[in-house]
Design a protein around this ligand. Structure first.
Ligand SMILES: Cc1cc2nc3c(=O)[nH]c(=O)nc-3n(C[C@H](O)[C@H](O)[C@H](O)COP(=O)(O)O)c2cc1C
Ligand code: SF4
Length: 603
């Protein structure tokens, strides 16, 4: 038996030869062999008795998996707009120079691969990279040179971490240079909490009363859409099914968001308590945390927190002595796919499949993980649940407004003096937020990440809440020197890369939108192009199947709405009304270069 054959057999066996554990199987094969080769795919398919095409489809779907061999060390440099603004191109150039390769390549000795990846959840300490699982922050070109030099001597990314970040980033199971940057702790999420108290209180009342408490608190989901949590749980509790599941969405892929990273680092107990309370409320015995692949450095620490909760009776059989209530939590690693944050795609991924979104209805609360009724909630939502049960719904709903109760964690990054995490009471104005973060001179703010909206100073008096400026948490600030169209262009590139490709409006429409935007940015735009962007943008929004496509045109649509003069300045017709859709100079450029002389172009 070859090493690969015995290795794959052993890996599959460790996962119970269970095809729903395919993400773990493939992840382990990738880590051990540097790729998931054709042969490995065959072996996995045979061992877990699943069609080969399903394994191959999964490998090709996730950015962290590859059929081609990658280096022993993979450097993933974040290409998010915030990292670009902070000079990631200089670090990239240093890596190119020292390694003699560019993005997507591996050094000839097979040692180091270099990749350009979307937001890795570190916008508050950009530019950042992941070196294997190890986050490296505040990169400079000098730091990049040092990294390559060091890696060449020991090939151990962990040795690159010279000093640890604050709080649990210094925990022996984390040992990371990442910083929490908690700038404004608020009265809910970061206020003190007595361990076990919320679960004890929940178990002292009936599941229906727990749901009533969550409804009375008027808690709405913190992952973006703001769906009322209590109503979701009620649907799930009422749904037919012997087994039910609680899923925690820790995918945090929206560029510019990093609050869940900090919650998982500093408040994991509250997240797990919230999941346990949800399990009691809906009648589930199992929970899954879907942890984005980029946060793998937190996994050992989170497993340890779970183990301690088991030994303290906060997880497992008959929790806190409550006969008949058993609940446990496992961690499912993601593998670099933004669309897996969409709840149906997340469920597919947990089932060991490609992260393809599904058509709804049925909603997960009716038919979710393994076709069983399931609730999917965001990390922050579960933290809120814990506080609601511990302190009572009135304390929670005493903050904020009727439609938006409680507080919200904001991840603030970009051109500001103090990027980081701010726990604000719903209803705070955007202007006040900018003042606190030191971004008063912002000419534009991206609220809610690329899928949200970009607004300008006329909107700084608006309120952060579900009924006005809604956000899952991402607030990116842009100073006077920034170009709004460049930002929109960067976000369109992101959506094109992350589209799962299933439906045409999203797969093709976003490419067409980006191309038309490029035409305008190159100064070749015509006034009609603005109508084209508007109409095509609306088509992509309304005709796409899932939330990714339904929001992917937002960078263009909202910048058109709020920064139209910038577009108009670039699409002015010539003074005689002549439209410049055909750029004769550009068209002749290649021919001129080949001929070695320039042409005379009459005005
Ligand atoms: C493309 C896409 C990505 C998403 N990413 C996330 C994410 O990373 N985290 C999250 O909680 N919700 C994300 N969502 C929203 C989820 O589909 C879902 O609404 C959410 O997890 C529900 O939890 P909540 O009600 O507690 O907010 C995403 C949605 C879409 C369409
Ligand atoms: S909208 Fe985009 S991401 Fe969503 S299903 Fe269609 S192609 Fe896939």
């Amino acid at each position: 038996m070859s090493d690969l054959q015995s290795g794959v057999k052993e890996i599959c066996q460790a996962c119970g030869n269970d095809r729903t554990r395919m993400m773990d199987i493939v992840r382990t094969v990738q880590a051990r062999y540097g790729c998931v080769s054709d042969e490995a795919i065959d072996l996995i398919a045979k061992t877990v008795s699943t069609p080969r095409v399903q394994v191959a489809g999964l490998v090709s779907f996730y950015a962290f998996f590859s059929m081609q061999s990658k280096g022993k060390v993979v450097i993933r440099l974040c290409n998010d707009i915030i990292d670009r603004m902070h000079g990631s191109a200089r670090s990239a150039q240093a890596f190119f120079d020292d390694l003699g390769i560019t993005f997507g390549q591996t050094t000839p000795d097979g040692a180091i691969s270099l990749e350009s990846v979307p937001c890795i959840g570190l916008s508050d300490q950009a530019p950042a990279a992941l070196i294997n699982d190890v986050p490296v922050t505040h990169l400079t070109s000098d730091a990049a040179h040092d990294i390559v030099e060091e890696l060449k001597t020991h090939m151990d990314p962990q040795k690159l971490v010279m000093s640890f970040g604050d709080g649990n980033n210094a925990h022996p199971l984390v040992r990371s240079m990442v910083r929490n940057n908690i700038r404004l702790p608020g009265p809910i999420i970061f206020s003190p909490c007595v361990r076990g108290e919320a679960i004890k209180k929940a178990l002292g009342i009936t599941p229906a009363e727990v749901i009533r408490a969550v409804k009375t608190a008027r808690l709405r989901g913190r992952g973006g859409a703001g769906f009322p949590t209590g109503i979701k749980w009620e649907f799930c509790r009422a749904a037919e099914g012997d087994k039910k599941y609680v899923l925690c969405n820790a995918d945090e892929g929206e560029p510019g968001t990093f609050k869940d990273r900090v919650l998982l680092t500093e408040r994991p107990g509250r997240v797990f308590a919230g999941m346990t309370i949800a399990g009691y409320a809906i009648g589930a015995a199992e929970g899954i945390v879907y942890l984005r692949g980029e946060y793998a450095y937190l996994r050992a620490y989170l497993e340890d927190v779970l183990a301690k909760r088991r030994s303290d009776g906060l997880l497992g059989k008959d929790i806190l002595g409550k006969k008949g209530f058993s609940f446990d939590i496992r961690i499912q690693m993601g593998a670099g796919a933004y669309v897996c944050g969409e709840e149906t795609a997340l469920i597919s991924s947990c089932e060991g499949l490609r992260g393809d979104p599904k058509t709804r209805p049925p909603f997960p609360a009716q038919k979710g993980y393994l076709d069983c009724p399931s609730v999917v909630n965001n990390v922050e939502t579960f933290c809120c649940v814990t506080k609601i049960l511990e302190q009572g719904p009135a304390t929670f709903s005493g903050y904020g407004s009727a439609g938006s109760s409680g507080t919200k964690l904001l991840s603030i990054s970009g051109d500001c003096t103090t990027p980081g995490i701010y726990e604000v009471v719903f209803g705070i104005t955007l202007g006040e937020v900018l003042k606190r973060a030191g971004a008063e001179d912002a000419i534009a703010v991206q609220v809610g990440g690329p899928s949200g909206q970009i607004v300008g100073p006329k909107d700084y008096g608006r309120k952060i809440c579900f009924d006005d400026l809604a956000t899952g948490g991402s607030i990116m600030t842009f100073g006077p020197k920034r170009d709004v169209l460049k930002t929109a262009h960067c976000f369109m590139e992101f959506f094109i890369d992350e589209s799962c490709g299933y439906c045409t409006p999203c797969r093709v429409g976003n490419v067409l939108l980006k191309e038309r935007l490029e035409k305008i940015m190159q100064g070749r735009g015509e006034p009609d192009d603005l109508d084209y962007l508007q109409q095509l943008g609306m088509t992509v929004k309304t005709a796409s199947r899932c939330g990714l496509g339904q929001t992917s045109a937002n960078p263009i649509l909202t910048s058109l709405a709020n920064f139209r003069p910038q577009y108009e300045a670039l699409v002015k017709a010539d003074k005689d009304g002549f439209k410049r859709s055909f750029d004769v100079k550009a068209a002749l450029r290649d021919a001129e270069q080949a001929a070695g002389h320039t042409s005379v172009v009459y005005p």
